[in-house]
Design a protein around this ligand. Structure first.
Ligand code: AMP
Ligand code: MG
Length: 323
């Protein structure tokens, strides 16, 4: 999926540890074969080439992932939409960014929307009602992590890091958890938050380094399917969830919503999310940390490693508790 995987495990028996890593790699590879659009022969790549109106039978695992994605598409009121492929192409997200002409943008919007994918959750068949393109960039890694977790689980500690999303089980020997660092939204090498986890997954969306300016418009890699335009939030969003797939979906969806819409939503859904917003431009600036109550409860020992102001819950500009 265009990223690098880091695997860690501990075991008193070397052969058993290596066998576990092998099972994890095999699970990641199996997930790639189904979901990766970097592989022309994957299930999703086949779906994107499938003639319009002709159903394709999905393997059970992909079917389960699409079902979960559909559920969160509805729950996030369309902020998360896996059919953004045409919009991603129109804005040239993978090719340095560009501004689409109005007619092109209108056409890309017509070919976007989960409603244009007819999915029968019972038979696991899916048909494209229009020439839409499924983009797994916002949820594929999380789904792969869940698959790896199911393959790994034998009670011994492990961690898998898929370029920005981490999933763990258990704790390293003599430690209370795995330490995960969340970076400054404008400087990947500058840690701002130190979090300790012993289960579940942490996913971060955003960080400006992949964003580009085109003709005065900032083209970020996350789009708001409701407007067809790049999401306007500048900063990063980190979500913890017991499911890697849900953490991945929601970090993207909550980025689209931005803190003003996302924090009340997260509070209503009891989701652990944290927004980092730079209080100016550039890597040296202080950071505002806005966490949902579920996030604050899950990480009581969170460490702040950079000058920052923290607020729990949503408060309009300039108000609210900070510490
Ligand atoms: P992530 O880094 O997990 O937030 O995923 C970002 C990737 O998901 C982008 O590079 C696109 O491929 C895709 N994407 C962009 N916007 C959306 C969206 N609103 N819903 C679902 N996927 C998206
Ligand atoms: Mg995501």
């Amino acid at each position: 999926m265009g990223t690098r995987a880091t695997l860690v495990t501990y075991d008193a028996r070397r052969a058993r540890a290596l066998a576990r890593l092998d099972r994890i790699l095999e699970a990641l590879d199996a997930a790639e074969r189904e979901l990766s659009t970097w592989r022309p022969e994957s299930v999703v790549s086949q779906l994107n080439r499938q003639p319009v109106g002709v159903p394709l039978a999905l393997p059970r695992w992909t079917c389960d992932a699409i079902r979960e994605v559909s559920r969160w598409h509805a729950e996030t009121r369309g902020a998360f939409d896996p059919t953004v492929g045409r919009l991603v192409a129109a804005w040239g997200i993978a090719a340095g960014g560009r501004l689409p002409a109005p007619a092109e943008l209108a056409e890309a919007r017509r070919l976007t929307g989960l409603g244009t994918l007819h999915f029968d959750a019972r038979t696991c068949e899916v048909a494209r009602a229009r020439d839409v393109e499924v983009d797994t960039g916002g949820f594929g890694k999380g789904a792969a992590l869940d698959r790896a977790a199911a393959a790994a689980s034998d009670g011994h500690p492990w961690l898998v890091d898929l370029g920005g999303q981490v999933m763990v089980s258990g704790t390293p020997p003599d430690a209370r958890g795995w330490q995960v660092l969340v970076a400054h939204p404008e400087a990947r090498d500058q840690p701002v938050l130190g979090l300790s986890i012993s289960r579940g997954s942490l996913a971060t969306s955003g960080g400006s380094e992949r964003d580009v300016q085109v003709g005065g418009v900032r083209v970020g890699h996350i789009l708001d399917p409701r407007t067809g335009r790049p999401a306007s939030f500048r900063g990063s969003v980190t979500v913890w969830h017991s499911s890697g797939l849900v953490a991945d979906i929601l970090s993207t969806a909550l980025f689209v919503m931005g803190p003003a819409e996302g924090l009340p939503w997260a509070e209503a859904h009891d989701i652990a999310v944290c927004y980092l917003t730079s209080e100016g431009h550039g890597p040296r600036t202080a950071v505002q940390v806005q966490a949902s109550p579920a996030f604050a409860r899950r990480f009581p020992d969170r460490r702040r490693l950079w000058p920052s102001v923290e607020r729990i819950g949503y408060f309009p500009e300039g108000r609210g508790i900070s510490r």
